[in-house]
Design a protein around this ligand. Structure first.
Ligand code: PMP
Length: 387
C-alpha cells in the first residue's frame, strides 16, 4: 500500500505546478538521520510577491521558519554542533550529558529539541529582556533556563559567559552526571559550516543559480558568513549585504572598519544592547562566525525599529507572511538593496522565525493588522533612496 501511495503521489506531483516539496513527505529520502532531524534543511525558497511588485526586482525568501525541530535556521546549527561533538567523542547520545548554551532563544529552542531527541539535557542561559514565549517554550521542552540580566560581553554576568562558566564547572565537578559541553554558537566553526554546506547550496540551486544579491542580518554571523562563502565562490559578482538593527555596531564595522566611534562613552555603548525591539540579530562585538565571512560583505543597511514594524505589518497585509523581527529587518534591507540596484535584479533573503515567537514584544508593538493600505511601500518604510 505504501508503495502505491508513493507512486500515486509521484504521478500527481509531476503534473501539478503547486506540488508539495518532497521533504514534507520524507518517503523518498535515503537518509541516515532518522526522526525529527530529517525535517531540518531543504526549506522552500519562494517569491515575496508584494516586494517583487513594489521594487521591480525578484525578491526571494528562504523559509527557514519551516525547519522542523526548533522552527529556525538554528536547527541546522544545533544539529551541526551536536554531530561534530559526537564525532569527536565530546558527547555520547542517550548518556544524559548536558549541553550548555548562551542564546537569545532560537539556538536554545533548537538545542533543547534535539537534546530531547538524542538523550541530552539542555541548560540555557538567555537575557531576561527577550520575548517571554521563548523561555516558556524552553521550559516546556524540559530545558533548564537561566534568565539573566542583560550585561555587556566583558561582564561575567553576560549570558554567553554564564553558559561557558557553567559548562566548565560541570566538567570540573566529579559529582555531576555525564559530561558538560559548551555549544559555543558564536565562536564555533560548526555554525558557519552548516550554512556553507547546506543553506548556501540550497539557495544557489533553488534560485536557478541566478542571484544578484543576498541580504541577511547577523546574530552570531554564521548565516551570512557561511552563505556568503558558498555563493561568492559560485557567483563572484553577487553582492552580500548585511541588514543591521539599531544599536548594533556591525553596520559601522562594514562601512567604516570600527564598531563604535572611539569618543563614544562606555555608558552609551552598554545601552546599545537593549535599545531595540529586534531579537536575534545585531552585535556589539565581533565574533569568529562574523569574521569568517566579513571580507565578503559588500555593503550594510541600517534598519530602524519603526521600519521593521512597518515591514512586518506589510508582509501580513499584502502576502499573508507572519514573521518575527529579524525577518522583517532582513526584508527592509532587501528592499533598500533592490531599490539601490534598480529593477530587474534578483535578490534573496532569509525569513528566520515565525511571528508567533514574538507576540508579547515585537508584535505587541506592531498591533493587529486590519484592512489594507494603498500607500506605497517606500512611503510605508519611509525609505530615503540613496543610489
Ligand atoms: N534571526 C533570529 C530570530 C535569530 O535568533 C538569529 C540568531 N541569533 C538570527 C536571525 C541570526 O543568525 P546568525 O546567528 O546566523 O547570524
Amino acid at each position: 500500500l505504501a508503495i502505491c501511495e508513493v507512486a500515486r503521489f509521484r504521478t500527481f506531483s509531476s503534473n501539478n505546478p503547486h506540488q508539495l516539496p518532497s521533504r514534507r513527505l520524507g518517503l523518498e529520502e535515503d537518509d541516515d538521520q532518522k526522526g525529527i532531524e530529517s525535517t531540518i534543511g531543504n526549506t522552500p525558497l519562494f517569491v515575496i510577491k508584494s516586494l517583487t511588485e513594489a521594487t521591480g526586482c525578484t525578491i526571494l525568501a528562504k523559509a527557514e521558519f519551516l525547519n522542523g525541530a526548533g522552527g529556525s535556521p538554528k536547527d541546522r546549527v544545533a544539529l551541526s554542533i551536536i554531530q561534530k561533538a559526537e564525532s569527536a567523542g565530546l558527547l555520547v547520545p542517550h548518556s544524559g550529558d548536558t549541553i550548555y548554551e548562551g542564546t537569545v532563544g532560537s539556538t536554545g529552542i533548537s538545542l533543547a529539541t534535539l537534546c530531547r531527541a538524542r538523550g541530552y539535557l539542555a541548560h540555557i542561559c538567555m537575557p531576561s529582556d527577550q520575548a517571554i514565549e521563548k523561555s516558556d517554550m524552553l521550559l516546556k521542552l524540559g530545558a533548564i533556563v537561566d534568565r539573566v540580566r542583560p550585561a555587556p560581553i566583558v561582564d561575567q554576568a553576560h549570558f554567553v559567559n554564564q553558559a561557558r562558566n557553567l559548562a566548565a564547572e560541570h566538567t570540573a565537578d566529579p559529582k555531576k552526571r555525564g559530561r558538560g559541553f559548551f555549544a559555543d554558537q558564536f565562536e564555533t566553526e560548526a555554525n558557519w559550516q552548516a550554512h556553507y554546506e547546506a543553506t548556501g547550496p540550497e539557495i544557489f540551486r533553488q534560485s536557478g543559480k541566478n542571484l544578484d544579491a543576498f541580504v541577511a542580518g547577523a546574530g552570531t554571523g554564521g548565516t551570512i558568513s557561511g552563505v556568503a562563502m558558498f555563493l561568492k565562490a559560485q557567483l563572484p559578482d553577487i553582492r552580500i549585504v548585511l541588514a543591521d538593527p539599531t544599536g548594533s555596531g556591525l553596520f559601522n564595522k562594514i562601512k567604516h572598519g570600527v564598531m563604535f566611534h572611539p569618543d563614544e562613552k562606555e555608558g552609551t555603548r552598554r545601552r546599545h544592547q537593549v535599545d531595540t525591539i529586534i531579537e536575534g540579530i545585531g552585535l556589539t562585538r565581533s565574533t569568529a562566525n562574523f569574521e569568517a565571512g566579513r571580507e565578503l560583505i559588500d555593503d550594510a543597511v541600517k534598519v530602524t525599529d519603526a521600519q521593521a514594524l512597518a515591514m512586518a505589518r506589510w508582509l501580513v497585509e499584502k502576502d499573508g507572511i507572519f514573521v518575527g523581527s529579524s525577518s522583517a529587518v532582513n526584508c527592509v534591507a532587501t528592499v533598500q538593496t533592490a531599490l539601490k540596484l534598480g529593477p530587474g535584479h534578483r535578490l534573496a533573503t532569509v525569513l528566520c522565525d515565525s511571528g508567533a515567537r514574538h507576540l508579547s514584544k515585537f508584535w505587541n508593538q506592531a498591533g493587529n493588522v486590519a484592512g489594507t493600505t494603498s500607500t506605497r511601500l517606500q512611503d510605508v518604510l519611509q525609505l530615503k533612496i540613496d543610489r
